[in-house]
Structure formats: structure tokens, C-alpha cells
Design a protein around this ligand. Structure first.
Ligand SMILES: [Zn+2]
Length: 168
């Protein structure tokens, strides 16, 4: 876990322009990431998950596919571990929602899966296959133009986190 980081920028409306395609950050998120990167040394092989409150977001978190930075809106989650694991599922392993058009499995909230909007923390076999695919894990970050707490996680931490969810 990295140090607390205090930003002067307003975090309100951080995800106002959030893309529904999970492919891009909003401009406010990009601004925050740039500021964070200016003020901290970045480990290229780690994921950064920012825990934020008071953003006014209606979501519990946001992390685009295969990106290095995730945002957790802690006002909207009562299970931080699940939310972090869910967002890393998107960001680190390109896992889709179980109810997404592209990989539809079941309607929203009807499964006990980590990638559903529910309390579930399970993963299906095809999801584990993505998690354990070394090529998928190692081609970490697509190029990226650049008071929160950040959690820095590497791939081993993520697997441990996902495994702890698998057992629960
Ligand atoms: Zn999600």
C-alpha cells in the first residue's frame, strides 16, 4: 500500500464523462493521473488503485481494460476488497461484466460472480483462464497519456487477492 496522497484538484464529478465501453478515462481522471505521476515515482510493473471519497460518483469503481490505474469510489461500496478485485478484473485481466453485451452470461445481479454487480466473488473457468494467461498478464499496460489513497499492486498481489476471493 502506498502513502496517502493529497490532491488540490477537485475530485467532484470525476467520472462525469465516464465511458460505458471501459476503454478510456474521463478527462478529470486523466488530469488526476497526470498530477499523481508528476508527484510520485511510478512503478511500471504495478497497478495503482486510488481510493476516493466525496467524488459524487454513482459508481463504486472504474478501471478501463488493461490499464494501470483504477479508481474506487469508497462512498459507494461496503466491500472494498471485492470492489478492488472487481476493478482489477477489468484493468489487469480484461474481464467483462457477466451481463455485458460482448460476453453475456446472465442478467445483471443474478450471479455470484466477481464481475457481476452483486455481492459475489466467484470466477468462472474462462475467467480464470484469462487471469492465468501469462501473455495477457505480461503485456501489462497499453500506452497511456499519462485526498486519495493509492494501493500499488503487482500481479502476484492480484492473484493472491483473487484467490482469497475464490476461497470465500
Ligand atoms: Zn465493473
Amino acid at each position: 500500500m502506498a502513502d496517502n496522497y493529497t490532491s488540490e484538484m477537485s475530485l467532484e464529478g470525476l467520472d462525469d464523462e465516464e465511458s460505458s465501453t471501459l476503454s478510456a478515462y474521463s478527462s478529470a481522471m486523466n488530469k488526476f493521473k497526470r498530477e499523481y505521476r508528476r508527484n510520485n515515482s511510478i512503478d511500471r510493473d504495478a497497478y495503482y488503485v486510488f481510493l476516493m471519497s466525496g467524488t459524487g460518483s454513482s459508481k463504486s469503481g472504474y478501471m478501463p481494460f488493461k490499464r494501470q490505474y483504477g479508481f474506487i469510489f469508497s462512498d459507494n461500496t461496503n466491500d472494498l476488497t471485492k470492489t478492488i478485485a472487481h476493478e482489477l478484473g477489468h484493468g489487469a485481466f480484461r474481464l467483462r461484466h457477466t451481463f455485458s453485451n460482448e460476453g453475456y452470461i446472465a442478467s445483471q445481479g443474478s450471479t455470484n460472480n466477481l464481475m457481476d454487480y452483486s455481492d459475489g466473488t466467484k470466477l468462472y473457468k474462462h475467467q480464470w483462464d484469462l487471469v492465468h494467461d501469462p501473455e495477457n498478464v505480461n503485456t501489462l499496460f497499453e500506452d497511456d497519456e499519462e485526498s486519495a489513497t493509492s494501493i500499488k499492486v503487482n500481479s502476484e498481489n492480484i492473484l493472491a487477492l483473487l484467490n482469497s476471493n475464490k476461497r470465500s
